[in-house]
Ligand binder design. Structure first.
Ligand code: PRP
Ligand code: MN
Ligand code: MG
Length: 179
């Protein structure tokens, strides 16, 4: 275990099993269709990579990077697109892949953008969810794990850009972020 981690919340094996389950479910849901799968960078990159290997329908991938304008404006739901999609979503069944839903602002903004661009459908799969932190009415269509409101990192989740590469999700030692 990494020295900055206090406790492993979800193991590598638990994640693997859940991702396979989500992939099987999505393969059924998208039977006969050809979804455009969108990874929300950076956090979702590992989940995206593992998930699409478990999906058996033909699909296309695209990537989008977003950031909030800052703590104060994030509460207004203003999200800036840092890297936009390469492909048009018009008429497409879009599957949005996220690592975690917190306030819900990032996704509620993105869903709105994709619907205004005339996506045929927008579906959200998130590996993690912290419902206790929600400020807008937003639920994923598919959720892997519900997390307590603790400072967690790993499997894509960062603290100051670190720890994304940990193969499990763990609670960060408080001394790491309180000084
Ligand atoms: C994190 C996470 C989600 C978003 C969730 O991304 O990966 O995308 O925050 O928060 P919300 O529900 O309150 O909007 P972050 O903005 O930290 O960027 P990152 O993915 O590059 O780490
Ligand atoms: Mn993110
Ligand atoms: Mg982050």
């Amino acid at each position: 275990m990494h020295n900055d981690i206090q406790e492993i919340l979800i193991s590598r094996e638990q994640i693997q099993e859940k991702v396979a389950e989500l992939g099987q479910r999505l393969s059924k849901d998208y039977e006969g269709r050809n979804p455009l799968v969108i990874c929300i960078l950076k956090g979702a990159f590992i989940f995206m990579a593992d998930l699409v290997k478990e999906i058996t329908v033909p699909l296309e991938l695209d990537f989008m990077a977003v950031s909030s304008y800052g703590a104060s404006t994030k509460s207004s739901g203003v999200v800036k697109i840092i890297k936009d999609l390469d492909n048009s979503v018009e008429g497409r069944d879009v599957l949005i892949v996220e690592d975690i839903i917190d306030s819900g602002l990032t996704l509620s903004y993105l869903i709105d953008v994709l619907q205004r661009r005339n996506a045929k459908s927008t579906t959200v799969v998130t590996l993690f969810d912290k419902p206790a932190r929600r400020t807008v009415d937003l639920e994923a269509d598919l959720t892997g794990f519900v997390l307590p409101d603790e400072f967690v990192v790993g499997y894509g989740l960062d603290y100051a850009e670190k720890y994304r590469n940990l193969p499990y999700v763990g609670v960060l030692k408080p001394e790491i972020y309180t000084n």
